[in-house]
Design a protein around this ligand. Structure first.
Ligand code: IVH
Length: 673
């Protein structure tokens, strides 16, 4: 294996094989064996040897990806067989109707299996390999003829210049591979920033960016773009290709092509319908945009029996979701007062269907944002839902209504009429009145929910207790009697007893959660835990000066100030005393005092789905504070996957790899261990 003993030709051949192999591990299997530096060393050695021996350079060498000079234009080329398009369905009923039609047409009792593939929203391409070497790459064009963009496609590292030949097999004389070139989301934002910085127009979406990148006349420019590809099939098939779509995907992968690892094979149309619904929730987690799912009959024999209609195969359908943006009227902008007094503008909308759900309200962030977008009451606006997040108002859908005025934050709190303040340097307005009713209610919601997690006493109960005037503060909760609860709608002997029991049990919740529940501005769960760990008791914390507060991880001068201010306030001190007298924890348990670092050293976690009591950042910071690493993708090295609401493919991947799955509760225990 040494370059000193081998002839240049031999070493070049050897290096090409190595570079191709590691390229494949990296781009196709997503499982590199070498560090970047070690890979670069091989590549550089190959490049140097080829420069010393130009006669040994061949076009399929991995060093020859960017070689062609800029072109004057693209030539049109005919596809070896037409690149069709897909009929779409949008509901489970339509999907079942299609399956019924497939059954009838096949006219047999043989089972029909399906393959589901994410419908990546990029640019369709055809790659022709002759005797295993990439000789032509083209865009889809009108389906019959596309543009020859070979020089550009060669610059994509996940596109093999030469097919791999497992067990030394002889590659097919001609093979046309089809796939979708796409612009990963992680690179898209950066790309647009660079475009703007260079005074060029940003791309409206990743699909345009992919198509535009493929049609660059200078391949060196395409090479700079982080384009990727998933291949999903072959054009004309011959005997070397297996007999099903599922096996073909594996076959392509073994020969060096990047196929989507999230493809699945399902045996019934009901399972397909369920998977399609699950995919919608999952789409927000991917690093590329998808505009649906493609469903294909797995068996090629069945595919051929079904045939096509107007170049649309009867054996496949695109399942597309309802659009995630819609236009509707913004009826009114309301202001909600949150638990720390922050004022959140909220849009009341004329009900509209967005992405399959009826939307009646949406967040508007803050006054600056509303003014920047120039959204006014009465306007027609564009509303957007991305994945499972709260709907947002993107902007006006056209001209303002005559007489519509720019929106202003009210001068006084809508509930308690106290004058609103906007602290310097902050974008959010606040109601400074601690006794503001809305703020009190939000504080209670936060206490029974994410902070103290009081089972059986949810937001609805708290609202009823508030309306009846039974609970107006945190201590009130602990003074509730069974008789009072029984008077409320929806409470009976057993549920009232249970609710009181869980309120009682909440007194055993650790000090860090109590601190989290106290609503100290900007102190989320992680910072509450850091405070509890550092100070140990509420008295030590209350007595701490600014300097000492800044010794706590996560506290700069601003946050330290806010904490000191909170404890300097007499009403807050009285609240703490009252809660202490009622039996709430005001000191850290032994485990809360232990230094956090290192307890989870060497462990790796992945977070997926929405957590209730933490934001992603908080959960990540908490794990990292204990020495764990938090990564974005599940592998065999992952210690555990923390799964929240609407988890995506990562939960499934964990199950496949046998990686433990943790609930939010498990996470809390882990962090407390
Ligand atoms: S199969 C007869 N599979 O969707 C057409 N298409 O309307 C067979 N696409 O132009 C296409 N991912 O750009 C197929 N896994 C996938 C796909 C996929 C994306 C695109 C492709 C095509 C369009 C079909």
């Amino acid at each position: 294996m040494s370059s000193r003993t081998a002839t240049p030709a031999k070493r070049i051949a050897e290096l090409r094989k190595l570079v191709e192999h590691h390229n494949y591990r990296y781009h196709v299997l997503d499982d590199p064996e070498l560090s970047d530096a070690a890979y670069d060393a091989l590549y550089d050695e190959l490049k140097a040897l080829e420069e010393a021996h130009p006669e040994l350079v061949t076009p399929d060498s991995p060093t020859q990806r960017v070689g062609a000079p800029p072109a004057a234009g693209f030539t049109k080329v005919e596809h070896l067989s037409p690149m069709g398009s897909l009929e779409k369905v949008t509901t489970a009923e339509q999907l079942e109707k299609w399956a019924e039609d497939v059954r009838k047409r096949l006219g047999t009792d043989e089972p029909v299996a399906y393959v589901l593939e994410p419908k990546v929203d990029g640019s369709a391409v055809s790659l022709v390999y002759e005797s295993g070497v990439l000789t032509r790459g083209a865009t889809r064009g009108d389906g019959l003829r596309g543009e020859d963009v070979t020089a550009n496609l060669r610059t994509l590292e996940p596109v093999p210049l030469r097919m791999l030949t497992p067990d030394g097999e002889r590659p097919p004389a001609t093979l046309e591979v089809r796939g979708e070139v796409f612009f990963p989301l992680s690179g898209f934002e950066r790309f647009n920033e660079a475009q703007i910085a260079a005074g060029k127009k940003p791309a409206p979406n990743p699909r345009n960016a992919a198509a535009g990148s493929l049609r660059q006349l200078n391949p060196a420019i395409t090479a700079e773009r982080p384009l990727s590809i998933y291949v999903y099939g072959v054009g004309v098939r011959d005997a070397t290709v297996p007999g099903t779509q599922w096996e073909t995907l594996a076959w392509l992968r073994e020969r060096g092509f990047r196929t989507n690892p999230l493809a699945e094979r399902l045996e019934t149309i009901q399972e397909v319908a369920e998977a399609c619904a699950a995919w919608e929730a999952r789409r927000g987690e991917l690093d590329y945009e998808i505009d649906g799912v493609v469903i294909k009959v797995d068996s090629f024999a069945q595919q051929e029996a079904l045939g096509s209609l107007h170049n649309r195969p009867r054996f496949a359908r695109a399942y597309k979701w309802a659009p995630t943006a819609a236009t509707t009227r913004l009826l009114k902008i309301h202001v909600r007062v949150g638990r720390t007094g922050v004022l959140n503008p909220l849009a009341e909308l004329e009900p509209v269907q967005v992405g399959g759900v009826t939307v009646t309200s949406a967040t508007l962030h803050n006054e600056d944002d509303i003014r920047r977008k120039d959204i006014r009451e009465g306007d027609l606006v564009i509303v957007q839902r991305a994945g499972d997040v709260i709907p947002q108002v993107v902007g006006p859908a056209g001209e303002h209504e005559p007489g519509a005025r720019p929106w202003r934050m009210p001068k006084r709190c809508p509930l308690c009429k106290t004058e609103i303040v906007r602290p310097e340097g902050e974008v959010m307005h606040r109601c400074p009145n601690r006794a503001c009713p809305s703020r009190g209610l939000e504080t209670l919601y936060h206490w029974v929910g994410p902070a103290l997690d009081i089972e059986g006493v949810g937001a609805e109960t708290v609202k009823k207790l508030w309306d009846e005037g039974l609970v107006r503060s945190l201590p009130d909760l602990y003074r509730l009697t069974k008789e009072q609860l029984l008077e409320l709608d929806g409470f009976a002997e057993i549920s009232a007893t249970r609710a009181l029991e869980s309120i009682e049990r909440s007194k055993e919740q650790p000090f860090s959660r109590v601190l989290f529940g106290l609503n100290i501005p900007k102190v989320g769960w992680v910072l509450a835990r850091n405070l509890a760990q550092h100070f140990g008791t509420v008295d030590a914390l209350a007595a701490a000066g600014l300097e000492e507060l800044q010794e706590v991880e996560g506290f700069g001068p601003d946050r330290a100030d806010l904490v000191a201010e909170w404890f300097a306030d007499e009403e807050n001190r009285a609240l703490v005393e009252e809660l202490r007298a009622l039996g709430i924890q005001m000191a850290s348990a032994e485990w809360e005092r232990r230094p956090a670092d290192g307890a989870l050293g060497g462990q790796q976690y992945v977070l997926t789905g929405t957590l209730e009591g933490f934001t992603r950042e908080e959960a990540k910071a908490a794990l990292e504070a204990l020495g764990a690493k938090v990564t974005g993708s599940v592998s065999k090295r992952t210690t555990g996957v923390v799964v929240g609401e609407s988890p995506g493919s990562k939960a499934q991947k964990a199950a496949e790899l046998g990686v433990p799955v943790l609930t939010e509760d498990d996470l809390r225990k882990l962090l407390a261990s």
